[in-house]
Design a protein around this ligand. Structure first.
Ligand code: 2U9
Length: 348
């Protein structure tokens, strides 16, 4: 077979082989094999040395033509295969932008936190600071500085979770107020604060008691603070939270850290004061305790009771939530049952 015939055969076979290639990898393999140094075209060109000087140019030209032909066939086929691969990918990765997205469940603050948030907003508006502090407290701040001396019944082991003799789980958030009074610089103005947070008592859990619950306690210390300021503040809170037709009344009470002490009632939200089962036919609902800060408490925090005085109050957001939503068992707030908690959607 002549050299030209050999080259024609190589060309025809490979043009067919290239056409039949189905992937880019085998195309590249074939390209290297066909056009490489050991490839059939290079081999054929080597045979040129046996041709006569007259035959050589024409054969050389023909060999170049064959190589160009194969090369452009390879390129064409590569473009086709690339396009086919891209088309396959486009089909496989097709995104239907009209499909609805997967809904992401949105959380919400715990119902008690919602109430605390509302109170915080209200008191921030009145110029109070929000101060939070440790739940594991020193006896000194939790009891001693609150005018509850060592032999006071409220300090009983039965009522308090003690960690050591001097360290305990706070039974009220007032230790935060004691800390604030101790450090406040009264030359810079009054102390106005609320301390929201969790407190702990060694109660046996039942529908109205939980060993863990929340408090929001408030404290205002300045010169010339009177009980009228306390009542005015509580009235404002009631109006803001519930509406203008809600009134506040104070009844005498006793707390070791306030003197005089009061319990504050608000117009029954259920009957508007007429009397119903919720308010036990009194027209009033007890919502918080309060009073004028006891001089001993001021003294122990380094505040001169002859110059400064103030009022304090304490409320239980758990009880608020129970009253507001008609929840009859406080334990529901601490079970983390989603079916219960999602009822109190902020939007709803
Ligand atoms: C300082 C001085 C006095 C805070 C007060 C109450 C009355 C009170 C309870 C209501 C329901 C707590 O959540 S509850 O169980 N609180 O009745 N709290 S006066 O008195 C203070 C606080 C800080 C320095």
């Amino acid at each position: 077979m002549s050299l030209r015939d050999q080259l024609e055969e190589i060309r025809d076979n490979h043009l067919k082989a290239i056409e039949e290639l189905s992937d880019l990898k085998s195309l590249e393999d074939l390209r290297v094999k066909l056009l490489g140094k050991k490839g059939p075209i290079t081999q054929a060109l080597r045979g040129m040395k046996d041709l006569s000087a007259e035959e050589r140019p024409a054969f050389g030209q023909f060999a170049n033509q064959v190589r160009d032909q194969l090369q452009s066939k390879l390129e064409n086929r590569r473009d086709q295969l690339k396009q086919a691969a891209l088309n396959r990918q486009l089909v496989q990765e097709k995104i239907d932008v009209t499909l609805p997205g997967t809904p992401v469940a949105q959380g919400q603050p715990h119902v008690i936190q919602q109430i605390i948030d509302q109170l915080e907003d209200l008191f921030i508006g009145l110029g109070y600071q929000i101060l939070t502090g440790p739940e594991v407290e020193e006896d000194r701040y939790n009891f001693e500085m609150m005018n509850l001396p060592k032999d006071h019944p409220a300090r009983d082991m039965q009522d308090t979770f003690y960690i050591t003799n001097e360290i305990l789980m706070r039974t009220q958030t007032s230790p935060m107020q004691a800390r604030a009074m101790e450090t406040h610089d009264f030359s810079q103005g009054p102390l106005k604060m609320i301390s929201p947070g969790v407190v702990y008592r060694r109660d046996t859990d039942d529908p109205t008691h939980s060993h863990q619950f929340h408090q929001v306690e408030g404290l205002v210390i300045d010169k010339h603070i009177t009980m009228a300021d306390l009542k005015g503040t509580l009235q404002l809170v009631a109006h803001e939270l519930f509406g203008d037709r809600f009134d506040v009344r104070l009844r005498p009470s006793y707390f070791p850290f306030t003197e005089p002490s009061v319990e504050a009632d608000i117009t029954c939200f259920n009957c508007g004061g007429k009397g119903c089962a919720v308010c036990k036919y009194t027209g009033w609902i007890e919502v918080l305790g309060a009073g004028m800060v006891h001089p001993n408490v001021l003294k122990m925090a380094g505040v001169d009771p002859e110059v400064y005085g103030g009022f304090a109050f304490g409320m239980g957001p758990d009880r608020f939530a129970m009253l507001k939503y008609g929840v009859d068992d406080i334990r529901n707030f601490y079970l983390n049952d989603e079916r219960f908690l999602t009822q109190f959607s902020k939007k709803g």
